[in-house]
Design a protein around this ligand. Structure first.
Ligand SMILES: Cc1ncc(COP(=O)(O)O)c(C=O)c1O
Length: 422
């Protein structure tokens, strides 16, 4: 059984030579059955309550129906349940109905979209016209990159960027550099000098698996020195880092210098959708040339909740303060247990376990203790870097955090996960 776990991953089923789609899907279903029967199926669990620091899970195999302390929501400030944001989303639906009815170019560009884009431009201290709202954070990267970078261009990406970036750069030249490694980046930039039309360096502000931060100031300097432009996806930085929650760019004081910023509404902004911030002439190009924007329906009026969330970030800074109190408390608790939280410096905290089997066991035991986390394994992280990934929220209480720390203590005693990192 453990052999199956170390020999197979979800990646193995993307394509299988000589198997038609039904054979491939059947083989995939067998893998899912294996995960389920081992109690390792922590994916796609049915939640019957809203997103929050506690959720209700439905019964499924070994999983008991009931309340769990949850570390799986990227709703860092707890805004999905903020009464004013809910009211704004409902008011949007009351006024405009439930859908936009068309793509933005052919009738689906309503004034609530424009209001949101204006708020985004203001939030990032850019002139009006500097932002475009997509219907997912994923397409903010994939669609805009697919539109901007062609075969005579080059994307120079940190190897830990999100899947949506990789999807967006399929049609261009790609060079990957070691995670957060400035020397590796500089080597590539030097090698590609004068070779491509557009050289775009692409990094995250805060990385989604390790929760660490990119050295943006140095990356920006290197990129510009070598004639490149910089795109930063700050999906996990907004609301969390920077004095006023404006993310990694604020933290490094480069708000006005990064060429392209992308982000999402699905985390701190507590909705669904995403955005690109750039020079207005690029934004206008995306509006007409980015296929997933031009040929797909615009965001629903519930997106009015995002406009309110943007305001609340400035109006109610205590949420960010409380989030950091929680982060400090939880980090210390995990470290005191001897657990390895890697280079995390944000609300994303991994407990690095390494071995995939132990990691799956840890996820299972945590669930048995009433703690819902994400066991992450290959291909989301490299083969020997499995970990339990958690997102902290401002609305976690000390009781929640203590319950999770007690559970980790129990898991560590059973599996020796602290020692396994030595
Ligand atoms: C770094 C990063 N960028 C983009 C996305 C995609 O955002 P969304 O889930 O809102 O589509 C994610 C999602 O988890 C992410 O972690």
């Amino acid at each position: 059984m453990s052999n199956y776990l170390s020999n197979k991953s979800f990646k193995d089923f993307e394509d299988i030579p000589h198997m038609d789609i039904f054979q491939r899907a059947k083989s995939h279903a067998e893998y899912l059955d294996f995960l389920k029967s081992s109690g390792y199926m922590n994916y796609r669990l049915l939640v019957t309550s809203g997103c929050g620091p506690e959720v209700t899970l439905a019964a499924d195999g070994p999983i008991k129906k009931g309340q769990y302390v949850s570390f799986v929501c990227n709703d860092y400030l707890g805004f999905t349940q903020h009464p004013e944001i809910k009211r704004a989303a409902m008011a949007g639906i009351e006024k405009y109905g439930t859908g936009a009815g068309a793509s933005p170019l052919i009738g689906g560009y309503l004034d609530y979209h424009q209001e949101l884009e204006d708020k985004l431009s203001d939030f990032f201290k850019r002139p009006r016209g500097s932002s475009i709202a997509y219907t997912t954070g994923y397409t903010s990267n994939s669609a805009s990159l697919q539109c901007l970078l062609k075969k005579d261009d080059i994307a120079i990406v940190d190897m830990a960027v999100h899947a949506s970036v990789y999807e967006g750069i399929q049609g261009t030249t790609i060079k990957r550099f070691l995670h957060n490694n400035l020397d590796a980046l500089e080597r590539i930039l030097t090698n590609v000098k004068d070779k491509y039309r557009t050289k775009m360096v692409i990094v995250d502000g805060v990385y989604s698996q390790d929760g660490d931060i990119a050295p943006l100031k140095d990356i920006l300097t290197l990129t510009h020195q070598h004639g490149g432009i910089l795109l930063v996806d700050d999906a996990h930085g907004i609301g969390v880092i920077g004095d006023t929650g404006r993310g990694a760019l604020e933290y490094f004081e480069v708000m006005d210098q990064v060429d392209i910023i992308t982000g999402t509404f699905s985390k701190t902004f507590s909705n669904v959708g995403g955005y690109v911030i750039a020079d207005p002439v690029l934004i206008s190009y995306l509006q007409f040339q980015s296929r997933q924007y031009a040929f797909s329906a615009a965001a629903t009026p519930a997106i009015a909740g995002v406009s309110r969330a943007i305001d609340l970030l400035d109006e109610e800074p205590h949420w960010q303060k409380k989030l950091w109190e929680n982060i400090a408390y939880y980090r210390k608790g995990l470290k005191d247990l001897g657990l390895d939280i890697g280079t995390s410096a944000s609300a994303i905290i991994p407990v690095k376990i390494g071995d995939v089997q132990k990691n799956c066991e840890a996820g299972k035991l945590l669930l048995e203790c009433g703690i819902y986390t994400n066991p992450i394994m290959y291909p989301a992280v490299s083969l020997k870097d499995s970990r339990i990934r958690m997102s902290l929220m401002a609305t976690h209480t000390q009781e929640h955090l203590d319950k999770a720390l007690n559970a980790f203590d129990y898991v560590n005693k059973k599996l020796n996960i602290a020692k396994s990192m030595e």
